[in-house]
Write a protein that binds this ligand. Structure first.
Ligand code: UTP
Length: 474
């Protein structure tokens, strides 16, 4: 009988089933299983079983909830001078090199069903550039503009880390200096059955999955990324998701609002498209900014209107944030008992093995995965700022293979954006009523990555190209 200390520990914690087939494994597989088990914090799993699986699992607290305040865009009644000051402050921060880009790319991308890291998915309308290339070119162009090449942090998962690094190598890091592109893996959490017993995926491996985008805070600390930032004089991370090519990877006005207000965590909102839109809602609760998920905000509240007839809970979260380095460190620290993110529970169909070790593919949820959400850090942040952004300039995610938030809707939104930029410069672009051009349009971020940089580059073109038959501008 094996008496490895880890096996004893698991057995004592009531998790001995993890090693039920240990003696059948060859020594390499045994070592692999022990390594996986070594990643697991048994006390954490026991705590989650009590709090999230116990009969008294609490629902979301909706008491004292009110809509969050946000800074409106100047065109929607915001203070134009304050926005201009913010932009100037953000540009100064970019010139000083105190901001880095940060992409969370550790998700499993199950809804898209694409074989490979999601960041390698071909997303642009004409050239079919992959998501990572779009971000790389935006980051390169911003570095050039501000005279300070940016650092870029990319969080991967165990499943896609090697493939992600290989992809960047194979493409010469899309022209970025490799020393400024930093990959690190996020943590994993074991899936458990409804009694809190850790599930095996096969006889020799545990059902482990990424610990959610909120796991980025502890992964940034654990990987040494925060120390690297400190050495490089970087105090702010510009956080965005790998599935959203419209995002302004580093947005000077946003950065300026964050810095001028002394915020530890800032966020962008868009007015919800309709009452039932499936986005989180920025709210305040007893003086703290919180995000309440669409599934947790009762339908009646989602439909409430204010005196002007607008939705009361209007501010939708689009998963774009700025994070202060030392705030991340504080949130990641295990000592700050009360300041840690809380895990969420998701009931899932988890492939596993039966008592005889035979594979089981459940057709009903058979267990629970635990995930951390980054927006749960907001209530702990000093002076959190929420600013409005135009959806068309910042948000069109690729989530599903077809229908809403799919590659097609995202390509169309990119074309609409390029058509708007061209029209604003007086180019003749024929579009339908939704602003979708008749022919495919694409502007390389290296030509222009937002309306202003595009306008400047367009003005310099001695001969303006015709747009009617489609266009790629580089
Ligand atoms: P989603 O919530 O869209 O999840 O992630 P997903 O795993 O990518 O896709 P589905 O739900 O399986 O279809 C939003 C962002 O958070 C990142 C994703 O990579 C994406 O950029 N993420 C999510 C992580 O980095 N780690 C995670 O554990 C979960």
């Amino acid at each position: 009988m094996s008496k490895h200390p880890l096996i004893q520990k698991f057995t004592a914690a009531g998790q001995g089933q993890v090693f039920a087939f240990f003696d059948e494994l060859d020594s390499a597989a045994q070592a692999q299983l022990l390594a996986e088990a070594g990643e697991i914090d048994l006390a954490e799993v026991a705590g989650l079983t009590r709090t999230l699986l116990g009969g008294a699992a609490a629902g979301v607290d909706l008491t004292d909830l009110a809509p969050a305040l946000y800074e409106r865009l100047p065109e929607n009644g915001g203070d134009a001078a304050a926005w201009a000051a913010a932009r100037a402050a953000g540009e100064a921060a970019l010139r000083a090199g105190s901001v880095a880009a940060f992409t969370v790319a550790g998700g499993q991308g199950t809804r898209l069903g694409y074989d490979g890291p999601k960041g390698t998915f071909p997303v642009t309308p004409v050239k079919r550039k992959p998501l990572f290339q779009v971000f790389a070119e935006k980051i390169r162009a911003a570095g050039r503009r501000y005279g300070r090449p940016l650092h870029w942090f990319i969080m991967t998962s165990h499943a896609n880390h090697a493939a992600t690094e290989e992809f960047f190598h194979a493409h010469g890091h899309f022209g970025l200096e490799p020393a400024r592109v930093h990959f690190f893996r996020q943590g994993r959490m074991p899936a458990v059955d409804f009694n809190g017993r850790i599930l095996l995926e096969s006889k020799g491996s545990i059902a482990l999955s990424p610990d959610g985008h909120g796991g980025s805070l502890r992964a940034l600390a654990r990987s040494g990324a925060l120390d690297l930032m400190a050495r490089e004089g970087i105090d702010t991370l510009s956080y965005f998701q790998v599935d959203n090519p419209l995002v302004r990877c580093v947005d000077p006005a946003f950065i300026g609002w964050h810095k001028l207000q002394g915020s530890e965590m800032s966020s962008k909102m868009v007015p919800k498209a309709h009452a039932g839109e499936k986005v989180g809602h920025f709210c305040v609760q007893r003086g703290k900014t919180v995000v309440v998920e669409y599934s947790d905000l009762p339908a009646a509240m989602q439909q409430e209107k204010d005196d002007t007839g607008r939705l009361r809970y209007l501010a939708g979260s689009i998963a774009i944030h700025l994070l202060d380095r030392e705030f991340i460190r504080r949130m990641a620290s295990a000592d700050e008992g009360t300041q840690r993110l809380a895990f969420h529970r998701a009931d899932k169909k988890i492939p596993t093995v039966d008592a005889a070790g035979r594979p089981v593919k459940p057709d009903q949820p058979n267990g629970v995965k635990f995930e951390l959400f980054v927006f749960d850090a907001l209530p702990f942040a000093r002076n959190p700022v929420v600013i409005e952004t135009a959806r068309a300039d910042d948000f069109s995610p690729v989530k599903n293979a077809a229908g809403a938030d799919s590659p097609q809707t995202c390509r169309d939104d990119q074309c609409r954006q390029f058509a708007r930029w061209l029209k604003a410069q007086g180019a003749a672009v024929s579009t339908d009523a939704s602003g979708l051009p008749d022919a495919g349009l694409e502007v390389s971020p290296l030509f222009g990555y937002d309306e202003q940089t595009f306008a400047e580059a367009w003005a310099k073109l001695p001969l303006k190209p015709a747009v009617a038959d489609g266009l790629y501008l580089e």
